[in-house]
Design a protein around this ligand. Structure first.
Ligand SMILES: [Zn+2]
Ligand SMILES: [Zn+2]
Length: 258
């Protein structure tokens, strides 16, 4: 039997994000077919002019699409209105304006490292001579700054660079600070199924647990219908193993996933 945990996917991208072609309506139909009860769209909001998403997000169009889906799927699917804000600490004014709108859920991410030629997903544009270890350290320092800035509900794909780098590095002392701050600020840790190994790694989950962290959100990071709930068996395994408490957010308030 499908466990309840698996029926909540809080990280979806529709064509309100620059890197998805799928409509909210198509995503909702598939979510219902797959047995989901709660979905949240977390569209990209990128303030870095070098980012491909810069200037793409249209709040009014997004609101229209969400309202239409809510009307259409009403009892069958809870459709939540979220956003994935890149590097919030670097754009405090824009962040405040955006999150004061009527979002259910605010997810924060570090997608870009200023001065490193932008996207992880485009290694050609990363500084080629830069040692991998140092890149991870700089990345996690940026994550820490974002958490200290705060104001969001969950931290997306904490060990994101591992999706793109040939090797990985987990600097314990910075990660110690990161999980500490997450717990202190009541920010959830996202268990993200997009990457085969799941973000975060077991090591980071372990650290989170040791520091008293329990609150997590679950997301597939799907940009297409077939990826909704991707890797959720593994996501669920992680939750069971560490005894985490999955939650979802309605009007920015956490509710337990029963
Ligand atoms: Zn992301
Ligand atoms: Zn995403």
């Amino acid at each position: 039997m499908m466990k309840q945990t698996l029926s909540v996917d809080l990280h979806l991208h529709s064509n309100n994000s620059c890197d998805s072609q799928t409509t909210i309506d198509e995503m909702c139909q598939t979510a219902i077919e797959k047995g989901f009860s709660v979905v949240c769209f977390t569209e990209h909001f990128d303030m870095n002019p070098k980012d491909e998403g810069y200037g793409y997000f249209n709040f009014d169009k997004y609101t229209h699409d969400i309202n239409q889906a809510r009307e259409r799927y009403n009892e069958r699917l809870t459709v939540l209105k979220g956003i994935e804000f890149s590097e919030p600490h670097l754009y405090p004014r824009e962040f405040e304006t955006m999150v004061n709108r009527d979002f259910d859920f605010v997810l924060a991410s570090i997608h870009n490292l200023e001065g490193f030629g932008a996207y992880w997903s485009d290694p050609e544009r990363l500084k080629p001579s830069y040692p991998v270890k140092r890149l991870f350290e700089v990345y996690y320092q940026e994550v820490l700054k974002a958490i200290r800035f705060g104001g969001f509900d969950s931290l997306a794909h904490i060990d994101y660079p591992k999706r793109y780098m040939p090797t990985r590095y987990e600097p314990i002392s910075i990660l110690d600070n990161i999980v500490d701050e997450l717990v202190e600020r009541d920010i959830a840790l996202e268990i993200n199924g997009y990457y085969s190994e799941v973000n975060p790694s077991n090591m980071i989950c372990d650290l989170y647990e040791k520091h008293g962290g329990t609150i997590v959100t679950t997301g597939s990071d799907a940009h297409r219908c077939e990826r909704i709930g991707y890797n959720f068996e593994r996501v669920d395994e992680v939750i069971q193993h560490f005894n985490f408490n999955p939650v979802y957010f309605v009007q920015r308030k956490a509710r337990p996933v029963l």
